[in-house]
Ligand binder design. Sequence first.
Ligand code: SAH
Ligand code: SF4
Length: 361
Amino acid sequence: MIEIRSIIERAGHSKEDLITLLRSEGDDKDILFKKTGEIRDKHAGKKVWLRGLIEFSNICSKDCLYCGIRKSNKNISRYNLTDEEILKAAAFAYEKGFGSIALQSGELESKTFTNRIESLIKKIKKLSAGNLGITLSVGEQEKEVYQKWFDAGAHRYLLRMEATNPALYSKIHPGDTWHNFSRRLKCLESLKNIGYQTGTGVMIGLPFQTCDDLAGDLLFMKDFDIDMCGMGPYIEHADTPFIKYSSGIPSLAERLDLSLKMIAVLRLIMKDINIVASTALQSIDPEGREKAVRIGANIIMPNITPGKYRDSYRLYENKPCSGDSADDCLASFEENIKAEGYEIIYGEWGDSKHFFKRSKG
Ligand code: SAH
Ligand code: SF4
């Protein structure tokens, strides 16, 4: 027990330290979670900020081996919200007092897509008198495209590395020449250089992934000096090539536990970044997001995609809140965390404090 405390308190954690923390169980895990909960409360306050998530299209040009909306999956109906539907969802978020929205979709690289997003960003800024913060999560793009969207008013970008070990990255993605680890990393660097609050993350419990890989992911995030993190459990989808590995990966309960430990350890080593309590946590445990908030997360992304499309944005099985309205999805969470003294903050962007420190140098 003494050992875990001394590892937690240590300045500059080695990979071995992180592995020990990720393997902690019982009292040791309780000590870790208590500490990272305190760090979270000290740096973020007992507060949770919102990003209304609009999953505006499931059309994707990529074929990630784990993802239910990969281009080769013929068993889903593809959709693309109209501009009006997207703007209506953004207006809903604004009226509800959400400080920010996040626009997410499958990945497309084209002039039409670039111009469409640019125009949507401008319209969303206009309809909210500049008040809604905009996070984008639409994959890999050329630097000029990221710049265009930044100039239009988007100020945060989430691009998960998915796995920061290049060997593991190549096992979970098809071997396209244009879809590779170095391009992903280059994209993340471009986002940071342009001036976005830059977020990344990984999936936890993937086939072939080891504890060493996960500790490496945490060190990558620290070294890259990210501003935000969205990470969560890998969850199978029947219509993907990875379904064949289902028996060889940790159980859902183990993936949930490991994901919580990843969030806790990241909070320990990056005290003032924004960390999302991901929706995938909620799909394993209805209170998965609440558990993440207690031990380190400070952001949630309630789904505000119009209900009729939600079933088709099925990245993985059992995705929660499929038929629910946005209100139902948030209400139980809000009730639960309020009872523990946390507050959901309306009307604020909830920017990454780390970003401002980093940019001041
Ligand atoms: N196309 C964009 C954004 C949409 S996908 C992109 O890939 O960046 C958003 C995230 O969903 C991905 O980053 C991935 O981490 C996650 N995801 C995809 N399939 C998943 C699965 N089977 N289990 C858990 N998360 C998954
Ligand atoms: Fe497309 Fe993103 Fe899914 Fe990969 S993870 S297939 S890029 S939606």
